[in-house]
Design a protein around this ligand. Structure first.
Ligand code: ZN
Ligand code: ZN
Length: 353
């Protein structure tokens, strides 16, 4: 018996990252039992370069569960690539090793009939950033040619500088170089976006983010979201996921997302919050579906039930938020050697000559 019933009333595809323990097909059963309308999974061990291939029986089991539990494998399932895959690595040998694991992932998707795949776009490390973006695009083009239908989603990142995808311009630069644009897209992670310095916490600023996204990347490339609150404050560049409502985004943000941005209704919105078990995800999905039914025009501050929930969750996360704020402020105080200031001093030197 499943503990959480999958909503047929929700307009959104809320879901979560599911375990594959005991076989990849178990992720589908877990998703069903957690009440997911979409879900993510790892296609193989996230910490090993090579894993055994699926047996034909396991593939059939996966496909049967997908049918039985009514998931559309082309749009509702979003596998997550291994974290160490870095196609932008200037070290050719390492980039090639990454490519092997990456193409193996894509082929696994296609063997299971899955139409989407999420990738951290990697880091240019000590290489020249624009050159490494081109290298990444070259590998993506090659992979698209070597596969049939899976769409690769580049996830936006929380960092700065060398980390590819920490800003919208990087995502545009890579997509621009892709030959078959029907096979490329973006997954926006709410925690990463906020930590990267995009203030998405209010109606106006969240709308502005999507306007910028549309202008720079193109909304048609938005194919999925990762839904996380952020333990770290705005612009801290820390990838620290928090449970919904306990971080700096607060429950108001998730209410806004679930009521005022209709274009998010078609895409998988997948939780990656820190939970001890799948029940935690099941409860968060129900929380989102509850938020969805609180009308947007209702004055939230006058909604006693909402405000009680808001306060409880903020209290739960207070200690973590304070810790991260202290760290962030200490980092701000440290004298920084910024690339910008270096360029300024170099220009001054040149001017003197
Ligand atoms: Zn994510
Ligand atoms: Zn993350």
């Amino acid at each position: 018996m499943s503990k959480f019933v999958k909503s047929t009333a929700s307009k959104y595809k809320f879901g979560a990252h599911m375990s594959t323990a005991g076989g990849v097909s178990n992720s589908v059963v877990n998703a069903h039992n957690t009440g997911c309308n979409s879900f993510a999974l790892f296609l193989k061990s996230p910490r090993k370069w090579v894993s055994p291939q699926y047996t034909p029986e396991e593939i059939e089991k996966f496909k049967n569960f997908v049918k039985e539990y009514k998931y559309d494998p082309m749009t509702d399932i979003l596998p997550h690539g291994q974290y160490f895959i870095n196609l932008a690595n200037p070290d050719e040998e390492k980039a090639l090793k990454s490519y092997d694991s990456f193409i193996d992932d894509l082929k696994r998707c296609e063997s299971l009939g899955i139409g989407l795949y999420n990738l951290h776009p990697g880091s240019s490390l000590k290489g020249d950033h624009p050159t490494q973006l081109k290298q990444l695009a070259t590998y993506l083009n090659k992979a698209i040619k070597e596969t049939e239908f899976v769409t690769i989603l580049l996830e936006n990142m929380a960092g700065t500088g060398n980390l590819v995808g920490s800003n919208l311009e990087d995502l545009h630069a890579v997509i621009d170089l892709i030959d078959d644009k029907s096979r490329i897209g973006v997954c926006v992670d709410t925690c990463h976006t906020f930590a990267a310095g995009y203030d998405i916490s209010t109606r106006e600023t969240f709308q502005k983010f999507w306007d910028d996204f549309d202008k720079i990347v193109g909304l048609k490339y938005l194919k999925a979201m990762h839904l996380n609150d952020s333990k770290a404050p705005l612009g801290a560049n820390r990838d620290l996921h928090e449970k919904l409502g306990e971080g700096y985004l607060t429950l108001k943000f998730f209410h806004m997302l679930a009521t005022q941005f209709d274009f998010l209704q078609k895409i998988p919105i997948v939780l990656e919050t820190p939970q001890d078990n799948d029940d935690g995800y099941g409860e968060e999905i129900k929380l989102l579906e509850w938020l969805e039914n609180i009308p947007e025009d209702k004055k939230l501050v006058n909604d006693k039930e909402f405000m009680e929930k808001y306060d409880t969750l903020q209290k739960n996360g207070a200690k973590s938020r304070k810790e991260q704020m202290t760290k962030f402020e200490a980092k701000q105080k440290k004298p920084k050697r910024q690339a910008g200031t270096d360029i300024m001093s170099q220009m001054k030197k040149k001017a003197k000559k």
